[in-house]
Ligand binder design. Structure first.
Ligand code: ZN
Ligand code: ZN
Length: 338
């Protein structure tokens, strides 16, 4: 039996963590609309984007809102017309939960740029709750080898890291630099190495450098260090604009820098000769298509990637966010609702 009420976290007034913008509450269990499914949440990843929602770096789209967009759970109820999943099936709810299907981007295979998208935990309530809904067409089946907690970070950190890797246009067998090494980067690194790349990690976190070497990355230095070799491509995961010129200087002629975050502090002025000339490129990464998600989950399973998580009890979502803000999380923070 599904209860009437559930525990959930809500943001009503985004602001600095010291002002406790995220609060526990009791809410009605949501009712799945047409084409939606209701999921009993078993795990929800804590993503940096949740920090941006909670702290107000991103504009408010829904208030109050329950954050969380790396949601693993089991289907309990199909809404009208929903039939893709059976009750009891394990599915994942990702960041991208609706695209219009009609705009010039949706019509050209670029639904990540849709003009009217909706995002979980920003436009609609997410998985910092015991139950959540999702339009069935935007949910994913999850490869069996990942348990609920390790599967959660795949749903945003993993998918966005995968798209960033695609956007970085890394040549076969190339040298890839990763600036920042949190949840997303440690997954993208393993996909890249499985494809034959050499990966150099540049991050201020000593424990993240340790994890990078343990996973097989070729080198791990401080964020502003020069990598030991010229990079063919780089991905900036840290939300730090000051690292843009640093990364551009480290990449070779014709190389590409992909910026993975949804939010970046201001980029300092660039010098054309030392940062851009010789066909170096900067590309941003915006959300993902459902095809990115499906291809990533298949490749993650084939590469048997290791997902490093720091689990938190669901009563400690506020502490998980504070730890993420203070760079105290190794791998990915995950709320374990099971
Ligand atoms: Zn669209
Ligand atoms: Zn995310």
């Amino acid at each position: 039996m599904t209860p009437d009420l559930m525990h959930a976290w809500q943001v009503s007034r985004p602001g600095p963590l010291a002002e406790s913008p995220l609060n526990p509450s009791q809410l009605p269990v949501p009712i799945p609309g047409p084409g939606e499914v209701l999921v009993r949440v078993s795990a929800c990843g804590v993503c940096r984007t949740d920090l941006h929602v909670v702290m107000g770096d991103l504009p408010t789209h829904r208030s109050p809102v329950t954050p969380g967009h790396e949601v693993v759970g089991r289907v309990v109820l199909n809404g009208t017309g929903a039939s893709r999943f059976q009750p009891g099936e394990r599915i994942g709810i990702p960041w991208l939960r609706y695209t219009c299907g009609a705009c010039r981007f949706c019509n050209t295979g670029r639904e990540n740029l849709c003009l009217e998208p909706r995002f979980t935990g920003w436009d609609d309530d997410g998985g910092y709750a015991e139950y959540a809904t999702v339009p069935e067409l935007f949910a994913y089946r999850i490869p069996e080898q990942f348990n609920d907690v390790t599967a959660a970070p795949l749903l945003c950190a993993g998918i966005i890291g995968f798209r960033a890797l695609e956007r970085a246009s890394l040549p076969a067998g190339g040298q890839l630099g990763l600036y920042g090494f949190g949840a997303s980067a440690h997954l993208a690194a393993q996909i890249a190495m499985h494809r034959g790349a050499t990966v150099h990690v540049l991050t201020r976190s000593a424990s993240a450098r340790h994890l990078a070497l343990e996973l097989g990355c070729a080198s791990a230095g401080d964020a502003a260090d020069a990598p030991p070799e010229r990079l063919d491509s780089a991905i900036l995961f840290a939300p730090v604009g000051e690292l843009v010129p640093v990364a551009l200087q480290a990449i070779d002629r014709g190389g590409t820098l992909a910026i993975a975050g949804i939010h970046l502090s201001d980029v300092p002025s660039l010098n054309y000769q030392s940062h851009l000339f010789q066909e170096r490129q900067i590309r941003s990464v915006t959300a993902n298509t459902r095809s990115d998600g499906e291809r990533f989950l298949a490749e993650a399973a084939a590469a048997d990637i290791q997902v490093h998580t720091t689990p938190y009890p669901p009563t400690a979502a506020d502490r998980a966010l504070a730890d993420l803000w203070d760079d105290r999380v190794d791998g990915a923070a995950v709320l374990d609702w099971s």
